[in-house]
Design a protein around this ligand. Sequence first.
Ligand code: NAG
Ligand code: NAG
Ligand code: NAG
Ligand code: NAG
Length: 445
Amino acid sequence: MEKMIWTLVLLSAVWSGVAAITVNIPQTVYEVARGDNVTLPCTFTTTVTSPKLVVVTWTALAQVEGALDDIVLTYYYPDDETDVQDNYKDRASPIVDLKTGTANLKLNSVTLNDNREFECQVQIPKDPKGQTADKARLLVLVAPSPPICKTQGKAEYGQNINLTCVSEEGSPAPTYKWAGYTVANQPRVPDPKTTDQGGILSLFNITKDTSGFYICTSSNKIRSATCNFTLSVMPPSMMSIGSTAAIIGGVAAVLIFLVIIIYCCCCKNKKKDAIYEMGIHEEEHHDKEPVNGESRHGNGQETNIRPDEAKVDLSYDRRKDYDDRRSDYDDRRSDYDDRRSDNTDRRKDYDDRRSDYDDRRSDYTDRRKDYDDRRSDYDDRRSDYDDRRKDYNDRRSDYDDRRSDYDDRRSDYDDRRNKYGDRRERYDDEGRYNDRRDPRSDNRP
Ligand SMILES: *[C@@H]1O[C@H](CO)[C@@H](O)[C@H](O)[C@H]1NC(C)=O
Ligand SMILES: *[C@@H]1O[C@H](CO)[C@@H](O)[C@H](O)[C@H]1NC(C)=O
Ligand SMILES: *[C@@H]1O[C@H](CO)[C@@H](O)[C@H](O)[C@H]1NC(C)=O
Ligand SMILES: *[C@@H]1O[C@H](CO)[C@@H](O)[C@H](O)[C@H]1NC(C)=O
């Protein structure tokens, strides 16, 4: 047996003498915890005795097809010079010894980016044949981060829900295991339909009894971490009441938000327009005395904007797109001048109409005075009429007096007539005057 091994070694020595160089990394995978230091071993043999030049190159191979390899470092013997790439500065160093055929790489403070294949290559002049390189995988281990556990679906009687468990970190990728406990914290015998795959615990047709504690353990080679999820299954009505309230609240909140947004947008736009117009005016009258309020045809809001604020806004806009805005500005300026002259015309027109109005007003005052005069005249005539009326009444009473006087005299006459009648009767009775009677008396009945 020993003879056989020695024969093999001898054979390989002869063969290697023919094939020249051999580079070897003993293992295919090296594990290291993140943050730790690691030394990747690499050995080589050569038939060249005391070589004049040796070049050792460590390369981090591309992880995906088409990506580029990253050279970590290149070591040159006998200069004992090392070129380290920027990504590995102060972290990577060669450990080379020609006598023992050593060309190791020491890598400090390993990160998850170092979780890849590394290649060791040794080049010796006049020995180009054979296996000049070998590679190994560096597995960077990361403890699982505390898993995040959630529910999918409604935790309501009769529903099917999932409990999910994910660790954001962990290398190699963690595996997950769920364990259920009752509300009394007793280990639960899982329902036969329950499944636990890839960190998803699926619970079917859940009931009040499904409530309890659910512990997920996330673990890999290095360590494990857990979450403790409390599940409380509600009756459907309670859930629907809760969710209805939540929906109403949500809708109300959205509406209020929209109203505020719309209001703010409106205000902002108005203000922006005002600022822009103000900016033009500000520029226009920059070196002039401020003109009177009318010719600025402001709409009241303009006056709320501080001039310096407007100028800042304007200068910012100008810087951005000066030429466009300048032509735009010229247009608006001529437009403004037009409106200004138009305004002046209208003002003159207004003044004319005003003086016209003043004339008419004085005219009216005159006519009013005239009316007042006529009124006093009327009052005079009225009092005159009243006087005459009084006069009439007096005369009337005078007439009445005279009438009563007449009536008196009439009754007096009637009395005398009666007396006359009496005397006549007496004459008739006596018959003394029948002969001497007046012819007029014959006509009497
Ligand atoms: C890694 O190597 C550096 C430098 O050689 C040393 O300062 C550090 O303590 C090492 N870290 C560990 C975890 O060994
Ligand atoms: C639970 O997970 C399974 C598998 O991922 C999926 O098919 C199912 O739709 C999930 N159920 C709910 C309620 O999210
Ligand atoms: C769910 O469970 C209830 C009793 O807990 C049962 O009456 C019902 O049939 C179950 N539904 C399904 C779909 O399994
Ligand atoms: C999970 O949490 C509950 C209450 O917070 C506690 O009673 C229970 O012991 C915890 N379980 C584990 C395994 O930590």
